[in-house]
Design a binder for this molecule. Structure first.
Ligand code: 4AD
Ligand code: MG
Length: 463
């Protein structure tokens, strides 16, 4: 087993003269007169460990198997490195090849591959430079998320993956069933009889843990859930996945202002965390993927977000004097082009838009006194558009009942959600951050399929 202190990351900080053992995969090998250079990676850092094998140090037969993609163990001594950008390199004394990789057929060659091609080899792409960086940043962001909430006394709650209720009321649900699709049980009326199904009723993969999060916020005050969520919307865009990870805090005794304050503080905190802990990875993105991204992140980490109402946003868009693909009109949802205009051209930073028309938002958002809008907020980020969606929740039993009916949703499915408003109802609010949208923002990667280990999109569920 590799113990802390033996990761490539640690070895790179080691002192010359130390005897060490390194494990990893060969990224490249370069042969020069009397010496062979092997770049070794174990995924622990952006930088590889340079292994130097002197001619004759190991058997020629063994050396022939040390090729790109091979998995090896190297024993030797750390020595001062004459090469630029690294303090030490590993002078090999003994090499063991765990698994060779045929150089002719290894799919991950040194030449730059397209991201499309790399998606087809998602079992190997984590070993590439770009995806190594993406997944290290993904890990760091996830850790920062937990740390942010821990420092603020939030309780982490595991909300269910399988559910019988549609949180967003949008109907983009994946059904979960054990019924034999070729031989469905029928009710006397001829409908599918889900009473015969595993759960005795229709069940789905969750689109959001919010409703159950609200249950816990009514007992533990401040909570968050962080897990996979599923949407069967057939939108083949660079910003949509059928399976993605969402972070959802829920706070009792909190209104929309408090919700926005937390969202802004949260985004800046996790941004600052990756700036502090993933420097080399971010510098790579800045150099190779999205020039300028690093500077933007640093700027955003200590600027304040713009806050405007939906009505103001519509006014700004109308005044823009543009021919929009989707016409701007009060009551219509903001499209990606509108979100980008506001964040990139009008303000040049993240923008929080509040108080959307009730018709285009979910049933649980608190109704404003104007009768037309709800206490919703979307955080929009340059390039990405919506990165966070949240709201103050409707805590009034009668208003909520009316809203559920207004939207044509079945009241009985939400009986327990309504009961929370009957027994000790509290003003409360929360939001959801799409982890992959955040990763796109941080890394500058342009397709959401390239910031999740194994993307699920219409027609794709390989791996
Ligand atoms: O705006 P959404 O739909 O909000 C909710 O689900 C609320 N229940 C959250 C809450 O208040 N607790 O989704 C929240 C975020 C979006 O802003 C976006 O970042 C991300 O989830 N998201 C997606 N990410 C990738 N693929 C998709 N299909 C996504 N749909 C939403
Ligand atoms: Mg939304």
């Amino acid at each position: 087993m590799i113990r802390p202190g033996q990761y490539v990351r640690d070895l790179l900080q080691g002192s010359p003269g130390t005897s060490v053992t390194a494990h990893g995969w060969v990224r490249t090998r370069r042969d020069s007169k009397g010496v062979h250079f092997v770049q070794l990676s174990d995924g622990s850092s952006f930088q590889d460990l340079q292994v130097v094998i002197a001619e004759g140090a190991i058997e020629p037969e063994l050396l022939r198997r040390v090729t790109t993609g091979a998995c090896v163990r190297v024993e030797g001594e750390l020595v001062d490195s004459p090469a630029r950008g690294q303090k030490v390199e590993l002078k090999a004394r003994a090499v063991h090849v765990f698994g060779a990789a045929d150089p002719a057929s290894y799919p991950l060659q040194k030449k730059g591959h397209s991201f499309e091609y790399l998606r087809e080899i998602a079992h190997l792409r984590p070993r590439s430079t770009t995806f190594g960086a993406v997944f290290r940043v993904r890990h760091a962001l996830s850790f920062a998320i937990h740390r942010f909430f821990e420092e603020r006394g939030f309780m982490y709650v595991h909300t269910p993956i399988i559910t019988a209720s549609d949180c967003e009321g949008a109907g983009a649900l994946f059904g979960v069933t054990t019924l034999d699709l070729a031989n469905l049980p029928r009710t006397p009326e001829g409908a599918v009889d889900y009473g015969e199904d595993f759960f005795g009723k229709r069940a789905y993969l969750t689109v959001s843990g919010q409703l159950e999060g609200e249950i816990f916020a009514s007992a533990f005050t401040n909570v968050y859930t962080f897990g996979p969520t599923f949407r069967a919307e057939n939108s083949n865009t660079p910003r949509h996945l059928a399976e993605f990870w969402m972070v959802e805090p829920e706070m009792s005794f909190c209104d929309l202002e408090g919700d926005m304050d937390l969202a802004e503080e949260f985004l800046k905190y996790i941004l600052q965390y990756v700036l502090d802990h993933c420097r080399a990875d971010l510098e790579f993105f800045d150099k190779r993927i999205d020039p300028g991204v690093l500077g933007t992140l640093e700027l955003v980490a200590d600027s304040s977000f713009e806050r405007i109402t939906y009505t103001e946003a519509v006014r700004l868009l109308e005044r823009a004097n543009r021919s929009w693909e989707f016409p701007v009109r009060w009551g219509a949802d903001l499209q990606s082009e509108h979100e980008r205009y506001l964040t990139e051209e009008t303000f040049g930073k993240p923008v929080i838009v509040t108080d959307y028309p009730k018709e285009i938002k979910a049933f649980y958002m608190r109704a404003n006194d104007d009768g037309r809008t709800v206490r919703a907020m979307d955080v929009l980020a340059p390039r990405i558009g919506e990165i966070i969606g949240g709201s103050q929740r409707e805590e009034r039993h009668d208003v909520l009942t009316a809203r559920i009916q207004e939207q044509g949703l079945p009241l009985d499915a939400y009986w327990w959600y309504l009961e929370l408003r009957k027994f000790g109802s509290a003003p409360h609010a929360g939001f959801g951050l799409g982890l992959e949208r955040m990763l796109m923002y941080v890394t500058g990667m342009k397709n959401i399929r390239d910031v999740i280990p194994f993307a699920r999109t219409p027609g794709h569920a390989e791996f």
